[in-house]
Write a protein that binds this ligand. Structure first.
Ligand code: AMP
Ligand code: MG
Length: 499
C-alpha cells in the first residue's frame, strides 16, 4: 500500500476533507492545541459519530481521547483558529477570532452534508487576547446538554460530539476542572466573519468568503441575478426561522452578538443561555447582560439588527455597491419580519392544535401568553398540559397552574370555540400538540445539578439528563419528575459565561 493510499480520507479514523484551510491565509491562523496532562472521557456521542462516518469505538479509544483532548493531531486534521470580528453588546470589535477553539477540519456525513469538527477549550491562540484559551467543566457540560437537547427538539443547532476532562484546573472565580468540548457545526461562518473582512476594506477576501458561504450553505443563490443579495436573503430567512423556533420553546440565547450568529442558521455558542421556566417576556439570565439587550422578547429585533450588520458588510458585493445596494439590502432586511411572523404564527398554531389558518389565531395565542405572563406560569408545562385536553379529566392540570384560573377559563372558552372550527378528533389533535410541545426541556436547575455533581466526580446526573432530553416529546413515566418546573429553592436566576 502506498503512503498516499494510506493517508486518503477513507482510511483515516476521522475522514477529514478540509475546505476552510484551503482559503487564503487571512482567514485563519494555523495553531496547535495545548496538551492536556491527564485526559479522561466524560461523554462521547456515539450516534452522532456514526452519522459523521466516524467509528465511535475509535473516539472511545486511547487514540481517540488523545485527539479529543488536543494531545495529538489526527491524520488529515489541519488545525486552525478562525478569524472573525463582531458586535458585542452593540459595540464593534474588529478582531475577535477563535481565542479558545480550534477547527480541526471538516468531515462529510453519510447524507453528503459537510460539518466542521471543532475543539473548544483547547488552549490559547493568536486571538486569545487576555483569555487563557481554556474551558471549565461547567460551560462544557452546559453546551453539551443544551445543544443536544436543541437537536432533539428539532431546532437547528451545532452539536456535541464529545466532552473530555483535561486533568488540569482552570482559574475562574474559583479553580475548576478544565474540559474540552468537540463541537460539530454546519460551519463556523458567523456574521462577524463577514464583518472581519468588511471592516478591513478587504473586498477581495469578502468575495471569497461570500462565494464559499454560498457554495457551502445556499448553493441555489449562485444562479440568482444578484447572487450576493440572494445569499443575504437566504441567511435572513434561515435566521428568522431559527429565532421563531427559539421563541416557541422559551429559549434565551443570552449573548446574541453578531459573532455568535451563524450564517448557516444554527444556534451556536451556548454560553449563559437558558430555557425559561416561568414565562416572562423580559426574562434575562445572563450575568453579563446588565441592560437586558438580549432579553427573551428582544430576540427577534436583535436578530434583525444582526442581519442589518450583515447587510452592511455585504454591501460592496451587492448590485452597484452604492444606493441601489442599500435599497435592495433594506428590502431584504424588511422581509425578516415576514419570515419571522410566518414561522412564529405557524408554530403557535401547531402549539394550540390549530391546523386551519384563521384570522385571530395570533391574537388568541397572544392572549394566552398575556395571562401566562400575569400568572408567571411555566412556559413549556402550560403548552404541554394544554396538549392533554382531549381528556376532559385533565383540564384541571393546566387550569391549576394559573394564579387566576378564571382568566384561564375565559381564554379556554375562546380557544374551544376556535377548536370547534377544526376537523379531526380531539385525540389526534392532542397527539399533534404533544409532538410540538415538549415535555422535557433542559431546565436550568437540572443542568446546574449535572454540573455540580460532575465537578465532584459524579457523572450519572449528566448522563441521565442526556437520556431524558434525547426524547423531549415522549411521555416516559420513569422520568416524570424531569418535566417539573423547579421549586423555589431550586430556581436558577442567573447563568454565567464562565469563559
Ligand atoms: P464567546 O463568549 O464564546 O462568544 O467568545 C467571545 C470571544 O472571546 C471569542 O473571540 C472567544 O474566542 C473569546 N474567548 C472567550 N473565552 C475565552 C478564553 N477563555 N480564552 C481566550 N479567548 C476567549
Ligand atoms: Mg462566541
Amino acid at each position: 500500500m502506498s503512503a498516499d493510499h494510506f493517508s486518503s480520507a477513507e482510511h483515516r479514523a476521522i475522514p477529514f476533507d478540509n475546505s476552510y484551510a484551503r482559503l487564503p491565509p487571512a482567514f485563519y491562523e494555523r495553531a496547535q492545541a495545548a496538551p492536556a496532562p491527564s485526559p479522561r472521557i466524560l461523554r462521547i456521542n456515539d450516534a452522532l459519530a456514526r452519522q459523521l462516518q466516524i467509528d465511535p469505538a475509535f473516539l472511545n479509544s486511547a487514540a481517540g481521547l488523545a485527539i479529543l483532548s488536543g494531545n495529538s493531531t489526527a491524520a488529515g486534521s489541519e488545525p486552525i483558529a478562525q478569524a472573525y470580528a463582531g458586535h458585542q453588546f452593540g459595540n464593534f470589535v474588529p478582531q475577535l477570532g477563535d481565542g479558545r477553539a480550534l477547527l480541526l477540519g471538516e468531515v462529510v456525513a453519510a447524507d453528503g452534508k459537510r460539518f466542521d469538527l471543532q475543539l473548544k477549550g483547547s488552549g490559547p491562540t493568536r486571538f486569545s487576547r487576555r483569555g487563557d484559551g481554556r474551558a471549565a467543566l461547567g460551560p462544557v457540560i452546559r453546551e453539551y446538554i443544551v445543544s443536544e437537547a436543541m437537536a432533539a427538539l428539532g431546532i437547528p443547532t451545532t452539536r456535541s460530539l464529545a466532552a473530555v476532562l483535561t486533568g488540569e484546573t482552570v482559574r475562574r472565580e474559583r479553580m475548576l476542572p478544565g474540559a474540552v468540548l468537540t463541537r460539530v457545526a454546519s460551519s463556523h461562518l458567523r456574521v462577524g466573519t463577514f464583518q472581519y473582512f468588511a471592516a478591513r476594506g478587504d473586498v477581495q477576501n469578502l468575495r471569497v468568503l461570500a462565494d464559499y458561504a454560498t457554495a457551502r450553505h445556499y448553493p441555489a443563490a449562485r444562479s440568482s441575478p444578484d447572487p450576493y443579495l440572494a445569499l443575504f436573503d437566504a441567511v435572513v430567512a434561515a435566521l428568522a426561522n431559527l429565532t421563531a423556533r427559539w421563541m416557541l420553546v422559551g429559549f434565551i440565547h443570552g449573548v446574541l452578538n453578531t459573532d455568535n450568529t451563524s450564517i448557516a442558521g444554527e444556534t451556536i455558542d451556548y454560553g449563559p443561555c437558558a430555557f425559561m421556566d416561568a414565562y416572562d417576556p423580559g426574562k434575562v439570565f445572563s450575568s453579563i447582560d446588565q441592560y437586558g439587550r438580549y432579553a427573551f422578547a428582544n430576540q427577534p429585533a436583535i436578530m434583525k439588527w444582526n442581519m442589518a450588520r450583515l447587510a452592511e458588510a455585504l454591501l460592496p458585493l451587492i448590485a452597484d455597491g452604492g444606493d441601489k445596494a442599500v435599497e435592495a439590502a433594506n428590502a431584504s432586511i424588511a422581509r425578516f419580519n415576514d419570515h419571522y411572523e410566518q414561522a412564529y404564527v405557524g408554530g403557535l398554531r401547531q402549539k394550540l392544535g390549530l391546523s386551519r389558518e384563521m384570522d385571530g389565531d395570533l391574537a388568541l395565542g397572544n392572549e394566552l401568553l398575556a395571562i401566562m405572563a400575569e400568572s408567571q406560569v411555566d412556559f413549556n408545562l402550560t403548552f404541554r398540559r394544554l396538549s392533554e385536553t382531549a381528556d376532559p379529566n385533565r383540564d384541571a392540570e393546566v387550569r391549576s397552574l394559573f394564579v387566576d384560573p378564571a382568566a384561564f377559563d375565559a381564554w379556554a372558552n375562546r380557544w374551544r370555540e376556535r377548536l370547534a372550527l377544526e376537523d379531526g378528533s380531539a385525540e389526534a389533535r392532542s397527539a399533534g400538540m404533544r409532538r410540538v410541545n415538549p415535555l422535557f426541556i433542559p431546565r436550568n436547575h437540572r443542568i446546574e445539578a449535572a454540573i455540580r455533581d460532575a465537578e465532584n466526580g459524579r457523572y450519572e446526573t449528566f448522563n441521565e439528563l442526556m437520556d431524558v432530553l434525547a426524547h423531549p416529546y415522549d411521555d416516559r413515566a420513569e422520568f416524570a419528575a424531569y418535566a417539573n418546573a423547579p421549586v423555589p429553592e431550586e430556581e436558577v436566576q442567573q447563568t454565567f459565561c464562565g469563559t
